[in-house]
Write a new protein. Structure first.
Length: 440
């Protein structure tokens, strides 16, 4: 019995001795970059904003946080974010999927306001590495007092920067440089055009090309003044975001020929045309002879247009009770001219970004081209991504910001650009480790 026992133990020892040793075969390297102090500068996309809010889990999976975790494997240091503890954000506005009834009494799943307590913008009390400020335009990064809490209630300061600004007169770039970064990322300019686009071209103005180039040069002069290397990203075409492509401009559907005949009788003489099936909505347009007109191919309706007004208040169509059209207000529409203004701005900004990347010897992330790929649908780690609202996985419920999976995709684009430029060897991440839109 004793002999058998000894023999059994010996065989076990031989068995385990023959097992291959499991090693991590990936060799991590920073190449000719130094990741010991990484600072991320940008707007809401850099902060990790998602579903209409900056909340705990979205911030934890911001693209800079994902990048920093990979950098740490190659000598990177700690990456501190201005932590939001609440899952309901800093300010109200978070959306979640839920069920609601429309004006016709039909219940369906869609975005609804999340019910919970936001955190507020009290200062966090420590310096941070993630300096993404929701709402920031390029020039805001250079503005003293942009994070002064006293200016927030009167609209003179940003509540998100007020949480982590080091002084009342601090600037975002000044605080970034004070961290003495060895490496930085910069993605800024979306809001320089997005405010105009998301308000139907009437609620904001586009930052001029020369002004944008001037501000960006100042920003990069400061960020590279410590000898830091870095990576910069360009801007995507807004039409790829669900905020601008979800509501079809020809969503006015007629089911009977009599409806089309009535509309053609009243409006046909002014160039309007109707048939059974989908038709273009009527929109307000001060430049049109009647003050309104039908939309045309290529124009966009915004996600914010009230769906109940389209369904039950005759918006975009004809009210038979008063025998009159009901134009959709201008703030919910991007006309061809407004779209051209947006596209011209983005094209010019991206030319500036490419030139500055070369001037300052930075890695360049072509987010514009990558998001064009997502428009057509891509599969990554077995997950399908597109720009479809809710089901496309890349974009969150606000239609502009990304899901956590979307931020992982962006992080991988940054990582690949860094590896290519600086000879680093940072691993990309698996997007399956991150969430898309949560079902109720």
């Amino acid at each position: 019995m004793k002999f058998r026992y000894i023999l059994f133990i010996s065989l076990l020892g031989l068995l385990f001795a023959c097992q291959p040793e499991i090693k991590d075969e990936f060799t991590y390297s920073s190449g000719n970059a130094d990741f010991s102090t990484y600072v991320a500068v940008g707007n809401s996309l850099t902060a990790g904003y998602s579903n209409g809010a900056l909340y705990h889990s979205s911030q934890a999976n911001s693209y800079p946080s994902i990048i920093a975790a990979q950098m740490k494997k190659a000598g990177g240091g700690d990456f501190v974010q201005p932590v939001v503890n609440s899952e309901y954000g800093v300010l109200p506005g978070k959306l979640e999927l839920g069920y609601k009834a429309d004006c016709l009494g039909n219940t369906s799943m869609g975005p609804v306001p999340a019910q919970g307590q936001p955190e507020g913008y009290d200062p966090v009390g420590y310096t941070v590495n993630n300096m993404g400020v929701p709402g920031a335009k390029s020039f805001h990064l250079l503005a003293p007092g942009y994070g002064n809490p006293a200016g927030v209630p009167v609209g003179l300061a940003n509540p998100y920067f007020a949480r982590f600004a080091t002084a009342d007169d601090a600037t975002v770039i000044g605080d970034a440089v004070a961290k003495n970064p060895t490496f930085f990322s910069l993605w800024i300019g979306n809001n320089d055009v997005l405010g105009y686009a998301s308000s139907g071209g009437i609620g904001d103005t586009i930052t001029g090309q020369q002004s944008y180039a001037y501000y960006m040069n100042l920003i990069l002069q400061s960020l590279t003044s410590t000898g830091a290397k870095g990576v910069i990203a360009n801007l995507p075409d807004i039409s790829g975001a669900p905020f601008f492509n979800t509501v079809p401009p020809n969503g006015y559907v007629l089911t009977r020929q009599g409806q089309a005949d009535t509309l053609n009788t009243f409006l046909g003489q002014y160039g309007f045309s109707y048939n059974v099936g989908p038709n273009y909505f009527i929109i307000a347009d001060a430049t049109a002879p009647l003050g309104f007109r039908q939309m045309v191919k290529g124009e966009l309706l915004l996600l914010t247009v009230p769906q109940d007004s389209l369904k039950c208040a005759y918006w975009g169509g004809f009210n038979p009770n008063i025998m009159a059209p009901v134009p959709i207000p201008d703030q919910y529409v991007l006309t061809l001219e407004e779209i051209a203004n947006v596209n011209d701005a983005i094209e010019g900004y991206n030319a500036t970004i490419a030139a500055l990347a070369q001037q300052y010897d930075l890695a360049l992330v072509d987010i514009n081209s990558y998001f064009d790929e997502i428009k057509n649908g891509v599969i990554y780690d077995g997950v399908s991504f597109s720009t479809k609202y809710i089901t496309g996985n890349a974009f969150s419920l606000d239609g502009v910001h990304l899901t956590q999976q979307g931020y992982a995709l962006v992080a991988n684009q940054f990582i690949m650009a860094i590896n290519g430029k600086f000879g680093a060897n940072l691993p990309t991440v698996s997007v399956t480790n991150y969430k898309a839109n949560d079902l109720p």
